[in-house]
Design a binder for this molecule. Sequence first.
Ligand SMILES: [Zn+2]
Length: 179
Amino acid sequence: MADLIENCLHSEGLMVSAGSEYRCPVCEVRLDLDGVERWVQDAERSRDEAYSMVEGDGFEEIVREELQREVYRRRRVMYELENVPRVVTAKPEMVLVIYDAVKASYGCRIFYKEPRPVGVVEQVSVGAVLERILELRSDPDPVVRLISEKVEEFHVFRSKLSEGGAPAPERRVFYASEL
Ligand SMILES: [Zn+2]
């Protein structure tokens, strides 16, 4: 499994994630734009290496074409990401925060009114430590900053209950009126 993830070709492309990161839905790797550029360059290097070899048989020709196609595919993914308009005014309709006791983290699902705006953050996860949660306050994405406030509110509420020995709820829904 580790190998599979390491060798992931991000064959389904990359999606806009929190802040200015891009996420592969298959292996969950997160890349910034430099990372995406390096990923394109890796494919270009493989292709160039194949082309620098001595003329071969038909099979090598097929391999080269395949590598060239991969270069085009990755470039297309990169250009599309660069052209995604970032909707900064999108306001979530609902936010669901779930505490994961195993990972000791909060997972947030962010829902928008349909039709859903393009390029918006739909998921955020953050360690269940106040420090980590507060770090999100300086995220360039306003929705992530908003999530930071809501997770902080829920985290403080849960911590108080736990200190008093009471069981703390593991999920909380924030509706538009609270956002
Ligand atoms: Zn991947």
